[in-house]
Design a binder for this molecule. Structure first.
Ligand code: ADP
Ligand code: MG
Length: 252
């Protein structure tokens, strides 16, 4: 490939191509196809059990698929020979539960992956960690332990930790749904800023205010299928399917 690629800006950062997945006999993803281009923010929504978490986990191979293909930045996620730890390092993931290491200080949580996976020197990892803590408004908390922080603060640390690996895309799975209501805003604000800085993001959330503010597209799932994949305005203003209409009428 030449150094200057005229298609670079339109190439998908994430390409999900007709994927299906079963848990034993139960099919949970059925022929799902969608793409996320560089700098795009795609919100994934749909009823509980529709396959949102499963779909997003397939992107960094936390869940295997039985049919179809997924590429991240052109790298086949299931392809033989793909270095999964390396791929996962480039795909930041933030879950509903923050999953920080409870026995490590905040700064150590931020340094661990940088040192172990990326091989960064401690000083470098420490500096980058502190900068990221500043970015999520938590500079003063670097030596505390996760248990000393509120849920909203811990989730902001989890976002900073994912960013410390210099991801090319960020995946979020209901990052605010385990939080007390008064802490949702501070986490969404960090995500909104990230979106505005041009991060490529795939976000499972029911926060439709967030979707309206920063999403480019909305993917609506039901029973393992992508039922709608529309621009934000089309999805909210004229959802095509009855299933999406029903879903929206319940949550808006
Ligand atoms: P959502 O995130 O939209 O709520 P999930 O992706 O978590 O949906 O789940 C999709 C379906 O897969 C559900 O029917 C769920 O019960 C099932 N499922 C999820 N994880 C497992 C698992 N580890 N084993 C068996 N079934 C699972
Ligand atoms: Mg889920």
């Amino acid at each position: 490939m030449s150094a200057i690629d005229p298609q670079a800006s339109t190439k998908p950062m994430i390409a999900i191509d007709n994927i299906s997945k079963w848990y034993g006999p139960v099919q949970v993803l059925n022929g799902c196809t969608t793409q996320v281009t560089k700098g795009e923010v795609v919100v994934v929504c749909g009823p509980s059990g529709s396959g949102k978490s499963t779909l997003i986990k397939t992107v960094n191979a936390l869940e295997p698929i039985q049919k179809g293909a997924i590429t991240v930045d052109g790298i086949g996620v299931q392809a033989k020979g793909t270095n999964l730890p390396k791929l996962r390092a480039r795909v930041g993931m933030v879950f509903q539960h923050f999953e920080l290491f409870p026995h490590l200080s905040i700064i150590d949580n931020l340094m661990l992956g940088q040192c172990k996976v990326l091989g960064r020197a401690k000083d470098d990892a420490h500096d980058r960690g502190l900068k990221l803590l500043g970015r999520v408004g938590l500079s003063a908390h670097s030596h505390k332990y996760p248990g000393q922080l509120s849920g909203g603060q811990q989730q902001r640390v989890a976002i900073a930790r994912a960013l410390s690996m210099n991801p090319i895309v960020m995946l979020f799975d209901e990052p605010t749904s385990a939080l007390d209501p008064e802490m949702v805003g501070e986490v969404l604000d960090v995500m909104i800023e990230l979106a505005r800085e041009g991060m490529t993001m795939m976000v499972v959330t029911h926060e439709m205010g967030f979707a309206r503010k920063v999403a480019n597209r909305v993917v609506f799932m039901d029973r393992g299928e992508i039922v709608e994949d529309a621009t934000k305005d089309d999805f909210f203003d004229k959802p095509r399917s009855e299933r999406a209409q029903t879903f929206l009428s319940k949550i808006l």
